[in-house]
Design a protein. Structure first.
Length: 88
């Protein structure tokens, strides 16, 4: 099974805001990338769950997305199961 990443991002690319940043035009479906949305970011090897903090216009004219890292999918799924929000 191939991991489908909504927005490619490097978890180590953090700017002055303190958040991970990436370009909106790299999203496979930019309409899914909106402020406060939870998305899968990263890449197929190292995906992570993130909340879209904001989307700002960059100096180059490209929109920059700031992401708050929530966690890796397996940790999030484990926590949702613990809370009985997903079946065991």
């Amino acid at each position: 099974m191939t991991t489908r990443v909504t927005l490619p991002a490097d978890v180590h690319q953090i700017d002055a805001t303190g958040f991970v940043w990436t370009f909106l035009d790299e999203a496979d479906d930019p309409a899914r990338v909106v402020v406060d949305a939870l998305i899968v970011a990263g890449d197929g090897e190292d995906p992570f769950l993130a909340r879209v903090v904001d989307i700002v216009e960059g100096n180059s004219g490209r929109s920059i997305v700031h992401l708050e890292v929530i966690g890796v999918p397996s940790q999030v799924i484990d926590e949702l199961r613990h809370a009985n929000l997903l079946p065991a």
